[in-house]
Design a protein around this ligand. Structure first.
Ligand SMILES: Nc1ncnc2c1ncn2[C@@H]1O[C@H](COP(=O)(O)OP(=O)(O)O)[C@@H](O)[C@H]1O
Ligand SMILES: [Mg+2]
Length: 247
């Protein structure tokens, strides 16, 4: 991690009717950083990702990729500029092969079938899915599906990757496997990551810095140790059980 800011949110809000799903959130992601985003269900985490990736337009505030304002640009434009994402609900194209699923990501940057195939085979190699490249996506196990989802996002050649609860539904062994994959993406591919996650051991292991959202508001920000001992965070999210376990 260094001091270059690759993504900056400046007072971003998103209202749905009377609900402030995201409320005046400012944060920064540094080059090579893994920034964890935690908070209770309905806190606004996915909405924040949707604002960054262009799936929804913030009601106010600005989002910068490096120095460039990207607020309100369309998803394909933001993807081309270098922000990749996964979705909370994994959505592989079940009838397509693993390779074809990854190629869909690669088409973000190329119109050439041959080039998309080349990029995708490279990514499958890196994500250790090569041996399954001809399998139908719907024949994959859940952990492979999660990895495929990440591989498809990587094929868009991101500088920044947004991962929305990729560990959900995985057992501890599987989530350790995906954690190593995420670490490799940062260490070997030099991609900065924003990670929404409920599994606290994963957050503690992977995150350089953690942000906590509650009712759309950023209530704490700092290193994992500080954030997980913060009174407000324990009250709104972690609960007393977690606090006493860590005493
Ligand atoms: N498209 C939408 N229309 C109306 N309300 C929404 C929409 N998307 C999210 N919300 C509301 O915004 C809040 C934050 O939701 P979400 O971002 O999904 O939270 P999280 O990902 O932290 O669980 C919730 O109250 C949710 O009901
Ligand atoms: Mg969510």
């Amino acid at each position: 991690m260094n001091n270059n800011i690759v993504l900056k949110l400046d007072q971003v809000s998103k209202h749905y009717g009377g609900v402030a799903a995201v409320d005046d959130v400012s944060l920064q992601l540094h080059e090579g950083e893994i920034l964890g985003l935690i908070g209770p269900n309905g806190a606004g985490k996915t909405t924040l990702f949707n604002c960054i990736a262009g799936y929804t337009k913030p009601s106010s505030g600005e989002i910068y990729l490096g120095e460039k304002p990207i607020t309100g640009l369309k998803p394909h434009k933001i993807c081309k500029l270098g922000i990749g994402r996964t979705f909370q609900i994994v959505q592989p194209f079940g009838d397509l092969s693993v390779l074809e699923n990854v190629m869909i990501g690669a088409f973000c940057n190329t119109n050439s079938m041959a080039r998309a195939k080349e990029i995708s085979e490279e990514i499958l190699e890196l994500t250790k899915l090569s041996h399954k490249k001809n399998d139908h996506a719907n024949s994959l196990t859940i952990v492979d599906r999660k990895q495929l989802e990440i591989a498809r996002a990587l094929a868009t050649k991101p500088r920044i990757l947004l991962l929305d609860e990729v560990m959900a539904g995985l057992n501890p062994t599987e989530s350790a496997q995906v954690s190593e994959m995420v670490k490799g993406i940062r260490d070997e591919m030099n991609i900065s990551l924003l990670l929404i996650e409920h599994v606290m051991s994963v957050i503690m292991y992977l995150s350089d810095c953690v942000c906590v959202l509650d009712h759309g508001e950023l209530i704490a920000q700092g290193c994992a140790e500080d954030v997980t001992t913060d009174e407000r965070v324990i009250k709104s999210y972690l609960g007393e059980k977690y606090a006493s376990r860590n005493k």
